[in-house]
Design a protein around this ligand. Structure first.
Ligand SMILES: Cc1cc2nc3c(=O)[nH]c(=O)nc-3n(C[C@H](O)[C@H](O)[C@H](O)COP(=O)(O)OP(=O)(O)OC[C@H]3O[C@@H](n4cnc5c(N)ncnc54)[C@H](O)[C@@H]3O)c2cc1C
Length: 512
């Protein structure tokens, strides 16, 4: 019998079904299960592992908001790869004026040029601003945590159809049926949930096909070291045999449509490098493009989107995973509060309002990189100017702030300069950090000066109240922190309690 919303009583009724056990689906499941929601993940692939998720192809740069999110849930320390990994894509050849901190369109910026004093609310002992991870390890740590929290993960079951009503969503995987109050599509760039639920996916078509390949090269001396922009594209041999290429073919090639053969990769490399280099063996290869599209709405009734299902763009600058994990951190507590009837009016809609503009910024960041990488004289001229700007102190600081996500914030309507930003990781006198107090996923009203009324306000909204003194308070006296670590309100001196109650009421339901 097929599950419908009419015969739902015959089926297990989950709070949320998540389509896709990629990093975003898994992290969202952890957030929802932490808030005690019942979660089923349906995952198309039978097995979680693939060579493309393992090093070197599975290398993923994590930026500040992601690192903070993992830290605030006690997951950061479980990642072993970042503790030991040397970046295999870092070029070892050529002069190194100083340590590279990141890049924009392949143009590096360096640590010794970055003026971190411009980020007034970042404490020196806070988590790293960037880190290298491995996709396979990240997924396995998240899957372990999700299962420990009671999440059911069913692998080898692809979502194939869905119907929603005002009460719930019926989800089909072939002839199997499942029912939930909500469905979240975390099923990647070709999201079936997005297509079936009829989300509009608007954006721009690609300029190039990107290739990542592991090959044996018979005559590697024919290739130049490092990243090489040529009249027909770009090639980059990071280590012997690890190739990245960009072919400005309008994104015509996709590995899902045609196999990537040794002959194809060799022909391409010869054309782009203008050599007669010989590839003697092709071990593994994948393609990607700079197609940039974004769902115009992240919610349709009881169906939501997160991660690549909601937005796609080129992996240049490595931001897609970070963007998707940011979606999950933003959505998890809001959806949980909605399910548990603890949400104030409009809370769930703020997921789209906050995350859509951040996604749009990342799409534009990736488009801007492509614009100056094109193999034409106009792009080269612009590339040279950006190169010069990035080597100034203000330039490097700006690019680091954007690439590391240190400047990421939501427009929550002003007030204190911290509002809308990630809360600083204050250290208490006993050595505990604020991040360590956030493992339970609750909002916090932090009182650094023992204001009597703050505890009362916390009680009115069911917010956890913490008071104490911290080593470096950055001039702040009290802070209201959402479960995702974003500052909702802050005061440097005696609080304005009506402002505080207004802010609290935007994110937490007043207790009756
Ligand atoms: C070469 C390359 C390098 C990159 N480097 C970086 C980087 O350094 N930093 C960064 O932030 N990002 C990077 N990215 C982007 C990043 O990998 C993605 O943005 C990220 O994996 C998206 O996670 P996701 O969970 O949304 O989707 P995915 O990782 O695509 O996971 C989706 C899951 O859904 C499953 N699925 C698909 N269809 C269905 C269905 N119908 N039913 C059920 N399950 C389904 C899939 O099997 C998969 O497990 C890179 C991408 C590429 C290609």
């Amino acid at each position: 019998m097929k599950a419908t919303l009419e015969n739902a009583a015959n089926y297990p009724f989950y709070d949320v079904i998540i389509s896709g056990a990629g990093p975003v689906g898994l992290f969202l499941a952890c957030e929802l299960a932490l808030a005690k929601c019942s979660i089923l993940i349906l995952e198309k692939a039978e097995h979680p592992l693939s060579p493309l998720k393992q090093l070197p192809f599975g290398i993923r740069g994590l930026s500040s908001p992601t690192i903070e999110a993992l830290y605030r849930r006690g997951l950061l320390d479980e990642l072993e790869v970042p503790k030991h990994l040397k970046n295999p894509f870092a070029t070892t050849q050529g002069p190194q004026p100083s340590r590279q901190a990141g890049h924009f369109a392949g143009i590096p910026f360096h640590y010794d040029n970055i003026d971190t004093s411009q980020w007034a609310y970042r404490l020196p002992g806070s988590t790293d601003t960037s880190m290298i991870s491995e996709m396979a390890e990240l997924e396995s740590v998240l899957a372990r945590r999700a299962e420990a929290l009671g999440v059911v993960i069913q692998r080898g079951l692809a979502v194939t159809d869905l119907q929603q009503s005002e009460h719930g969503v019926a989800v089909q995987s072939g002839d199997q049926s499942f029912i939930a109050k909500w469905l979240v599509g975390c099923d990647g760039s070709r999201s079936v949930v997005r297509k079936i639920a009829g989300f509009e996916f608007a954006g721009t078509e690609p300029a190039f096909t990107g290739y990542t390949a592991k090959v044996d090269i018979a005559d590697p001396e024919q290739l130049k070291p490092g990243r090489n922009m040529t009249p027909t594209g770009m090639y980059f041999q990071s280590q012997p045999g690890y190739l990245m290429m960009q072919d400005f073919d309008g994104g015509a090639f996709h590995h899902a449509d045609k196999p990537i053969t040794r002959e194809h990769v060799q022909g391409l490399l010869r054309r782009i490098s203008d050599t007669d280099v010989t590839i003697s063996a092709l071990h593994v290869a994948t393609t990607w493009t700079d197609r940039a599209r974004q769902a115009t709405a992240y919610r349709k009734g009881r169906v939501l989107l997160a991660g690549d299902a909601a937005h796609i763009h080129s992996p240049l600058g490595g931001q897609g995973l970070n963007l998707g994990l940011g979606d999950a951190m933003n959505l998890g507590w809001k959806l949980a509060a909605t399910i548990q009837q603890k949400a104030p009016e409009g809370l769930l809609d703020s997921y789209h309002t906050e995350r859509h503009p951040i996604g749009a910024q990342v799409l534009d960041w990736s488009r801007a990189q492509v614009a100056i990488m094109r193999p034409d004289p106009d792009a080269r001229a612009l590339h040279a100017i950006i190169h010069d700007l990035m080597h100034t102190r203000d330039g490097a600081t700006y690019f680091a702030g954007r690439v590391w996500g240190v400047l990421t914030h939501y427009d929550l309507g002003g007030g204190h300069p911290l509002v809308g930003y990630s809360v600083p990781d204050f250290t208490f006198e006993n050595g505990k950090t604020l991040g360590e107090l956030m493992y339970d996923g609750q909002g916090i009203l932090l009182d650094l000066d023992g204001h009597d009324t703050l505890k009362k306000v916390a009680g009115e909204y069911g917010i956890r109240y913490i008071s104490g003194s911290v080593k470096d308070r950055l001039g702040v006296s009290a802070v209201l922190i959402r479960p995702d670590g974003i500052v909702a309100w802050a005061a440097d001196k005696e609080p304005d309690y009506s402002e505080l109650r207004k802010a609290a009421g935007n994110w937490f339901r007043k207790q009756s």
